[in-house]
Design a protein around this ligand. Sequence first.
Ligand SMILES: [Zn+2]
Length: 289
Amino acid sequence: MRNVNNIVGRFAPSPTGPLHFGSLVAALASFLDTRANQGTWLLRIEDLDPPRESESAPAKIMKQLHSFGMDWDAPPMFQSTRLDAYSEALARLSEAGHTFLCTCTRKATRGVYPGTCRDKQHTDQASAIRVLTTATSIHFDDQILGPRAYNMEQEIGDFIIKRKDGLFAYQLAVVVDDHFQQVNRIVRGSDLLDSTPRQIFLNRCLNYPSPSFAHFPVVLGDDGQKLSKQAHAAPVTSEDSATVLATALKALGQRPVDRNPIGKMLDQAIRQWALDQIPRQLTIPNRDL
Ligand SMILES: [Zn+2]
């Protein structure tokens, strides 16, 4: 499809297991939004935390996306192949004075990091690396939730970009990859809303442009809990994908589509896509899943 508006969207699951209903909604929201804007849709597998991952998950996820008629426009990118790029970005940040080493335990740093290690001269290689935040205000105009503003130092605090165990943190990898893949439009769940000021701050430190953001409220079960793989939400199977697709569209406040082969249903959903119809809170009774 010709990319008239040069919109580049992406779906970036962690391969901890097959997609559950909530992650399917996330894939669908990004896919429909990108396609409705004649954009390019990318798939990125965020496999940076091997102990939490399943080797068979990437193939399962791709199979699930295909069973719902969602197709991506370039070979999937695996974050595990991108470690050199993350190292390079980290070196740039460090050289520019944006980082410091931190030896605090996780327990000692619950909430906003109080800056404990900022002025300590740690040399321990087993330290975590944090970004030095400033009192700057980060603004963005969320296309669903409206304008948001955060004071980086007071509300977010210095955050980790490389963990003590040597793994690159999600925030750094996402920013480096979105820039590399020229992603300029991010549609994702509001469970990631607090990551957005961090990512915009990193973009500034690295002189990257920031994408536009739209966070839809996360899908809740009828017990009010967020659906997650950890909570053993029922994995979405390819069986009766038309029914699941209809439920997902309903969750996103979209007009229903006619019963058809899945590809046709998806085409109609693209034509009808209306970001302004997404409700502020998504609640789907578990029995509908
Ligand atoms: Zn510390």
